[in-house]
Design a protein around this ligand. Structure first.
Ligand code: GLA
Length: 404
């Protein structure tokens, strides 16, 4: 195997860094907070969850399938209209208000960079034939664990979209709201992501996983078998070049597809890929193999979930991680260590990195015999090796984006 350069890890700067378990996200407390900041009541309060990528790593923008879970934590937005042409954005984390005039503002930077998510949504709405509100007061807050790769960006995009749609009396279907969020991320924020994060945040259902056939896209849900729980282990590390590396993998996949004579890698069967290996650049082959086999794993996983075979589901999850580790090369030694330790722990069905990779968090699917004490042992083993404790976060599957 080709050796890869050692990862340069930096401290993560998430959207709402100190928000874990700090804020009370119910409607009344959000309204009270809004009142404190803006001196009046909000007209609309919305909420959208973060997500766990269950399986289907980097399959979405390749037109493949993916399974995700919406969690019971997310971003809430409160909004009231103004008539003076002023747009005020307040984040409870920063404690500051960013004031912008109605219009098409440029991308913001520094302390105001979090506003690029709602601004991206405002810029996206007209592309779907939807109106944007004029002036408003806007407040966002989050109870998502910090920097765990649980997609606070999709959550703020969808919560913002629902608030802006409420303020303009529009109610497009859920798929359109999801696409508005993705458009904001692709064209304003500038990340060439697929539809996984926004799709899961938009279509989440308690007790179920969201299945997305990204080529359509087509959204569905699959019940989570009883007796399984999710755990997230957040390393708080991220490769310094994470956005660039994500975009690089995107490019590598597109050029592998081109070399294989298709538009997207979903069109390549595992057999066709094997037959084409000799003619492909070795790196392109590895990236394509990850994607093609991962799509097959998602389909196998849906079947295993439907028959309640959690052991088979777990094996597929761990196989997905191994593929990330060796073929897509979007893992890190820290994530590999956690996966190795978790799969050796009693009661763990499987474990893998979740999300884009290059740092962040791993998830584990476990049965009842894996409890907080077992999780603590894993955290301690990690701390002994890397000198810092990962956050251990038991996760519940919650409902998708909604107006509260
Ligand atoms: C990030 C992106 C998603 C998806 C995953 C990898 O979370 O936002 O669209 O590509 O990475 O599967």
């Amino acid at each position: 195997m080709r050796s890869r350069p050692g990862p340069r890890l930096v401290k993560v700067r998430p959207l709402f860094p100190e928000s874990f378990f700090v804020f009370d996200m119910n409607k009344a407390s959000l309204a009270a907070q809004f009142e404190k900041v803006f001196g009046r009541s909000p007209e609309f309060v919305t909420r959208a969850p973060g997500r766990i990528e269950f399986i289907g790593n980097h399959t979405d923008y390749n037109g493949g399938t993916v399974l995700g879970a919406s969690i019971d934590r997310g971003v809430a937005v409160a909004l009231a209209r103004r008539t003076d042409g002023q747009r005020n954005f307040h984040s409870r984390y920063s404690g500051k208000t960013v004031t912008l005039p109605v219009g098409a503002p440029a991308k913001q930077s520094g302390d105001a960079s979090w506003t690029n998510y709602p601004l991206g949504v405002l810029a996206a709405l007209p592309h779907f034939g939807l109106k944007t509100p004029e002036g408003f007061d806007y407040l966002a807050e989050s109870d998502l664990p910090a920097g765990a790769g649980l997609s606070s960006s999709a959550a703020i995009e969808l919560a913002s979209a629902l608030a802006f749609l409420g303020a303009t009396g529009q109610s497009p279907d859920r798929e359109t709201v999801v696409k508005v969020g993705k458009h904001a991320e692709n064209h304003f924020v500038g990340v060439p992501c697929g539809i996984l994060d926004q799709g899961v945040s938009g279509f989440g259902k308690s007790g179920r996983l969201v299945f997305i056939d990204c080529a359509g896209p087509r959204f569905d849900t699959v019940p989570m078998p009883a007796g399984a729980s999710f755990w997230i282990f957040n390393t708080h590390t991220k490769h310094a070049l994470v956005d660039g590396l994500y975009a690089a993998r995107h490019r590598e996949c597109m050029s592998a597809a081109q070399a294989l004579g298709v538009k997207l890698l979903v069109e390549v069967s595992p057999e066709k890929l094997r037959a084409s290996e000799a003619g492909l650049d070795p790196v392109a082959f590895k990236r394509a193999r990850h994607v093609v086999e991962e799509i097959a794993r998602v389909d196998a996983c849906v079947k295993a979930l439907q028959s309640g075979d959690l052991a088979a589901v777990g094996k597929l999850l761990t196989a997905s991680h191994r593929s990330s580790q060796h073929l897509f090369e979007n893992s890190t030694p820290e994530l590999d260590f956690l996966v190795d330790t978790l799969v050796a722990a009693p009661g763990v069905f499987g474990s893998r990195l979740t999300g884009g990779g290059f740092g962040g968090a791993v998830m584990a699917l476990a049965g009842p015999s894996f409890d907080a004490a077992q999780a603590e042992k894993v955290a301690q083993a990690y701390a002994a090796k890397y000198g810092a404790r990962p956050d251990v976060l038991p996760m519940n599957v919650g409902e998708g984006a909604a107006v509260l």
